[in-house]
Structures are given as C-alpha cells and as structure tokens.
Design a binder for this molecule. Sequence first.
Ligand code: ADP
Length: 321
Amino acid sequence: MWDIICLGELFIDLMPHAKVEGKWLYSPSPGGAPGNVAVGLARLGHKALMLSRVGDDAFGRLIVNALQTYGVDVFGIAFSREEKTALSVVTLGEDGDRAFMFYHDHPADLHIDPKTVTHREIVQAKILHIGVLPLSAPQSGAAQRKAMDIADASRLPISCDVNFRPDLWSDRNAMLAAGRFIISRSAIVKVSEEELLALGGTGTLDERVAALWHDKLELFSVSLGAQGAVLYSREGKHTCAAFVVNAIDTTGAGDAYTAAVLSGYLKDGLEQSLEELVKSACAAGALATTKKGAMESLPNSTDIKQLLNQQKPTVSFLPRI
Ligand code: ADP
C-alpha cells in the first residue's frame, strides 16, 4: 500500500527569506528530516505515509497541510493539545550553509504515542525510514522501537539517516549510542562525514564504515556536502563528485539525497547500476541546495534527469578486498 513509512520529527524551520534594509525577514517553512524524506519520495512518484505528532496549533496545521499538498498520507500524524509543534530558527552563512537554533522544549514530536504505531500500517509498506531524534525521549523512543520491531518481524527493510542534532540531546553519548543502534538494525544508511567521525572508531572513512558494517546492510552512504558522496555496498564503494550548482541553502540536501537512494532501491533493488544510483542521489542533493527551504527545494524526477543530462561528474569504483 505504501512504498515508505517515515517516522519521526516534524519541525517548522523559521527561514530567513529576504533582506530588507539590512534585516532578515523570516517565514515559517515545514521541515524535519523524516518528513522531508517522505515529501522527497512523493515528489519522485512514490506513496509515502508519515507517522508523527504535531501541536494542535497554526504551525502543526501548516506542516500537515504542506505534507498533504506534496501528496504524503498524513493520517498517521496526531494533533496534540498538550504540546506545541517543534521549532527551529535557521541562519545562513555566505555559502548557504545553515545553522539551527532549536526551540524544542517538550515538543509534540517527542510524544509520538506508541499506540498509534500499529502492525497494520507498517506491514503494508516496503521500507521504514527513521532517524535518531525520537530515541531522545521515552515516549517517541518507545514508538520508534515498536515500529522497528514490527518492521524486523515482517522482514521490512529499515532505512536510517542518523541526522545528529547534538543541541537536542542532554547526553551526547546517548545520541551516539542511538545512532549506532539504528545503524545496527538498518539495511540502508546515510550519514554525513562529520557524523561518521562522531560515531567513533579510528582510521579512514573506509575503516570506520567497515567497523559499522553488518550482515543486513545493503547500502551505506557517506555524504560529503560540496564534495559529493561515497556509496558503500557489499561489492565495494562508488565515489561520486558533486554536481556544480549555485548553492544558496543546503537545508534538505541530505534528505533529497536519501529520497533518491530510496527511490532507486524501491524501483530496482540492488539489481541496478549503483553508479547511476549515487549519481542520481548526488544530483538530487545538489538541486536541493539551489532553492531555499527543505520541502520546497526537493526535486522531482524531471529535475534530476535534466541535471544528469547537463553534467557528468566522475564516479569511481573500488571493489571490496
Ligand atoms: P546533509 O544535509 O545530510 O549534511 P550533505 O550536505 O552532505 O548532507 O548533502 C547531501 C548531498 O547533496 C551531498 O552528498 C552532495 O551530493 C549534495 N550537495 C550538498 N551540498 C552541495 C553543494 N554545495 N554543491 C553540490 N552538491 C551538494
């Protein structure tokens, strides 16, 4: 019934969208990594269901309306009268790199009710996609672990983007442990280089990925921002240089990359050219940096095809020894 179920945080990103007389004007923009991935997949023609919780407030409704407009099923999002919608204020550097100020004091998305995570929905999907943030609180943590257990019992592959946000954790070690935990249960993983280094271990990126590798893993991406990405599989690693674009806001680039990897996996599994897969994913990530906002900037298949026709970045392959 669904290609993907995404579980986790939904945020309002307050984005600086224009400068007037030297001052930034801010506007609310829907975001939250798992929500962005759901929208990214919907834009690529897949059926996505979102499981989350928002405040019964203007920002909660804004997010749910946006997801619905992008074609994501939203009946799995609860509205709470007790908690507010999570909020982050985004600031942008000269190169479009963003920083977040979080307002995340007992927000609705950390109170996802385990009772709302049911076997009936999860088994109707092809992939469960998650991050670490729900594991920072007891209730949303229980909801996420329940979803992961149902997925495992039904042999549904789990996909994760650890998406570390240290400011949202009181205990950095608990965050890192949560990252290692979800990676240990996933078939498809995406981390940034910085996150891979934070996860521990020693040595090169290859050695660190090898230390995290387990039997269930099929695809492990390390995204390198403006340097492109490395996609590890059982056969070896594909390294893709970045597409050259005019990056104005990198919010959502990682989610666009993840959505493109998952889209390729849903269509052709591992019976496809991983060179083409990592190229499409890097194209999606690059395109997401060319517009402001997270969901608004996620590309569709035509956008990706167009960039793939215009630019041919180098992809090198190194087999596993
Ligand atoms: P995250 O948002 O998770 O930190 P990245 O910033 O690494 O992820 O971006 C994901 C992908 O998007 C990268 O692997 C790269 O292919 C593409 N990308 C990101 N920033 C740029 C950029 N400035 N120019 C071109 N491509 C980019």
